[in-house]
Design a protein around this ligand. Structure first.
Ligand SMILES: *Cc1c(COP(=O)(O)O)cnc(C)c1O
Length: 372
């Protein structure tokens, strides 16, 4: 995370704090105000918020764009942004999606019935590029939700580009602090800012980021026409969240690294998935293309789905809840959800928050003991 930010002279931590501010004039507020307006007096560029956004949106978009090295657009949610990307491809096009990936993204592509969908194990670079041959879009996610699979992003972007296939990367788990897919050759990046960027489980928001002016224009047009626009308060809170994202993420990540190791050594845990573990199949790739391993891990417990459910009920410090990326740790058994047939029954996805490490460990250890 300390790597110098390639888009400028500033490190990412500094960009998080300083981007999207008001002009440096005496008396200006430090923060761009929360603009609650649908329309603006005529005679000035930007008359209607659905088309032109507001100063509050622009501030967040400037910050996230600077972090990813492109131009960002804020949407009502991660799925709103996903739908805008999906909409760029005409009916009959072919889209390649990861077998393990965010559930609703796959549902969106499959249920629309507009595209030919191929699913592929994106840890297998050769198979992925073979599936992408002749496709319109290769959708990647790395690390994946919930198996923490790591795709070789530089190799896949390069191969897809050579084959004339566009690449979208869901960068929600890594955030631009840990991974910048545009620098690796991706065409567009997706964020659910609902997660680490917002960071407090109090908003829904999505973003697209691209360095391609044509893609930017078309995405912006999709937002205008579908009305998948963000709420003013949500944008304001997301930018506020972004200011502290490096500190929160670093705390969650350092907790996750220790907890992953301790779970790995625990007799009641059969498998841990965390790219930061040196034994993890994605470790070498993640170390090569990421500036850290993130704050989400998954683990399987002995005793099957019932035991995993019992652990969710037994935890006291950790919250039994869906979603991830908040200051609070959350745990969920993913196989109970649809479209997770490939996910082991006892797998618990664990989003590690900012609580004290030893409180989290004591909670996990006692939940494991109580359900033995
Ligand atoms: C949550 C999530 C999304 C969808 O974002 P929403 O803000 O819930 O619409 C997309 N991708 C990943 C990896 C997610 O975790």
């Amino acid at each position: 995370m300390s790597k110098e930010h390639s888009a400028g002279r500033l490190h990412a931590e500094t960009v998080c704090v300083s981007a999207g501010r008001t002009e440096k004039r005496p008396g200006e507020p430090l923060n761009v105000p929360l603009v609650m307006a649908s329309n603006f007096r005529a005679g000035h560029k930007g008359e209607y918020a659905r088309d032109d956004g507001t100063a509050t949106w622009t501030a967040l978009e400037a910050a996230v764009g600077a972090l990813e090295g492109g131009s960002a657009l804020a949407f009502a949610s991660g799925m709103g942004a996903t739908a805008a990307i999906a909409d760029l491809w005409p009916a009959g096009g072919r889209v390649v999606v990861p077998t393990d990936s965010y559930i609703a993204m796959r549902a969106l592509f499959e249920e629309a019935g507009r595209w030919e969908i191929r699913t592929v194990d994106i840890t297998n670079t050769e198979a992925t590029l073979a599936a992408a041959e002749g496709a319109d879009l290769l959708w990647l996610e790395s690390p994946t939700n919930p198996l923490l699979d790591v795709a070789d992003l530089p190799a896949l972007c390069k191969g897809a580009r050579a084959a004339g296939v566009r690449v979208a990367v869901d960068n929600t788990f890594a955030t631009p602090l840990l991974q910048r897919p545009l620098e690796m050759g991706a065409d567009v990046v997706l964020h659910s800012a609902t997660k680490f960027m917002g960071g407090h489980s109090d908003l829904l928001l999505g973003l697209t980021v691209t360095a391609d002016p044509d893609l930017y224009k078309r995405l912006r047009r999709r937002r205008e026409l579908t009305g998948a626009t963000p709420g003013g308060l949500e944008v304001y809170l997301a930018l506020r969240g972004l200011r502290t994202m490096p500190v929160r993420l670093r705390q969650g990540e350092s907790n996750a690294a220790v907890l992953a190791q301790r779970l790995h050594e625990h007799a009641e845990v059969s498998r841990v998935r965390y790219p930061g573990l040196s034994t993890d199949p994605g470790h070498r790739r993640a170390a090569a293309q990421m500036d850290g391993f993130g704050a989400v891990l998954s683990f399987e417990v002995r005793g099957g789905g019932q035991r995993a459910d019992a652990i969710c009920e037994a935890v006291r410090v950790i919250t039994s809840a869906t979603s991830l990326g908040g200051v609070e740790s959350t745990i969920e058994r993913r196989a109970k959800l649809p479209r997770q047939e490939h996910v082991p029954d006892s797998l618990l996805r664990f989003s590690v928050g900012c609580e004290h490490l030893e409180d989290l460990w004591a909670d996990l250890a006692s939940a494991l003991a109580a359900t033995a």
